[in-house]
Design a protein around this ligand. Structure first.
Ligand code: NAD
Length: 335
């Protein structure tokens, strides 16, 4: 049930990407109690990872407007942001390996773009701003889990640029009183995941009988959360998150890359002869793990999709949706 504070018109930056499009599809499908009937303005530059096909299931919704634009474009922001009452900010350069090769687009979009978006939101007087950050801002943790008050020690240029935008978002609350909430989520998997990231890269290669590259010894551990659980958590933060607060989102399944590779080989009927050990990623974080008790206790969030079921569905999705991923493969190759 919508209450007085429920936003009626929401600007979603990066809404044509993997996670942003999950949020938009579910919102327009009225899956988020309190956000029924809200209008959505997707604002997306359609970089190599942005794809309007990710929004195809809701493309004909009268509540959806698409703006092809860059978050660094101040003039376009000033024409688009006035009239929206909430911003959910997903747009980012998101691939660690690309940031190792060239950090410039990461600083440009993640830091400068976020500052311009925050400024535009302030000028337009939006009532809520949710900044989608990542657990990678904390660095790497051998044992235990990070709570939201842990210092940020990002290791990759991607994580450092996300930490910069995360701190800028916080500062706009502390300095200007903008109603900003920040989410820091663990690794996502799900449908519409661009085939440069581990799970979709491995799946699409293995389905085609091609080899997959495993970094180092494969001992790096990640907490895998279904994208739809992540975006449901974001909807809760948008509706009821407190201003100036940070919410970790996690609760997936911790797996080493070697364990995950075994599951993907089993799911596609391949064996370890399809796996090539490659030189480890520079500065590769060993383990991520967030403590998500705050969002659980405050907003009633818990993940709903068990990893085994979620992964099986994703494997089927990639088997059935070659039409979606095949045209993207050439864009996924790092040169
Ligand atoms: P993605 O690369 O699939 O999508 C990013 C989207 O942002 C694309 O649609 C792209 O076109 C758009 N974009 C990029 N630069 C832009 C710019 N300058 N102006 C406007 N739009 C631009 O990434 P994703 O995996 O969906 O990640 C979305 C957000 O979630 C990011 O902020 C990321 O840091 C964060 N996050 C991701 C994960 C994960 O596991 N993928 C986990 C936690 C947090």
């Amino acid at each position: 049930m919508a209450d007085q504070r429920s936003p009626r018109r929401i600007l979603v930056t990066g809404g044509a990407g993997f996670i942003g499009s999950s949020f938009v599809r579910h919102l327009l499908d009225d899956r988020y109690p309190g956000l029924e009937k809200a209008e959505v303005v997707v604002y997306d530059a359609l970089t190599y990872s942005g794809n309007r096909a990710n929004l195809e299931p809701v493309a004909r919704s009268p509540r959806l407007t698409f703006v092809h634009g860059d978050i660094r474009d101040v003039a376009l922001l000033d024409r688009t942001v006035p009239g929206v009452d909430a911003v959910v900010h997903f747009a980012a350069e998101s691939h660690v390996d690309r940031s190792v090769r060239d950090a410039s687009p990461f600083v440009e979009t993640n830091v400068l773009g976020t500052q311009r978006l925050l400024d535009a939101a302030l000028r337009a007087g939006v009532s809520r701003f949710v900044h989608v950050s990542t657990d990678e801002v904390y660095g790497s943790i051998d044992h235990g889990s990070w709570t939201e008050d842990r210092p940020l020690e990002p290791n990759s240029p991607y994580a450092a640029s996300k930490a910069g935008s995360d701190l800028l978002a916080r500062s706009f609350h502390r300095t200007h009183g903008l109603h900003v909430s920040i989410t820091r989520c663990s690794n996502n998997y799900g449908p519409y995941h661009f085939p440069e990231k581990l799970i979709p890269l491995f799946l699409t290669n293995l389905i085609d009988g091609a080899h997959v590259p495993l970094y180092g010894t494969g001992e790096n551990v990640r907490d895998w959360l279904h994208v739809d659980d992540h975006t449901r958590g974001i909807a809760l933060v948008l509706l009821r998150g407190r201003a100036g607060e940070i919410y970790n989102i996690g609760g997936g399944t911790e797996l080493s890359n070697r364990e995950l590779t075994t599951l993907l080989l089993d799911a596609t009927g391949r064996d370890w002869s399809y796996v090539d050990a490659v030189e480890d990623r520079k500065g590769h974080d060993l383990r991520y793990s967030v403590d998500w008790s705050k969002i659980h206790d405050e907003l009633g969030y818990s993940p709903e999709i068990p990893f085994e079921r979620g992964l099986a569905e994703v494997v089927s999705w990639y088997r059935e949706r070659r039409d979606w991923w095949e045209p993207l493969r050439h864009r996924a190759i790092l040169t």
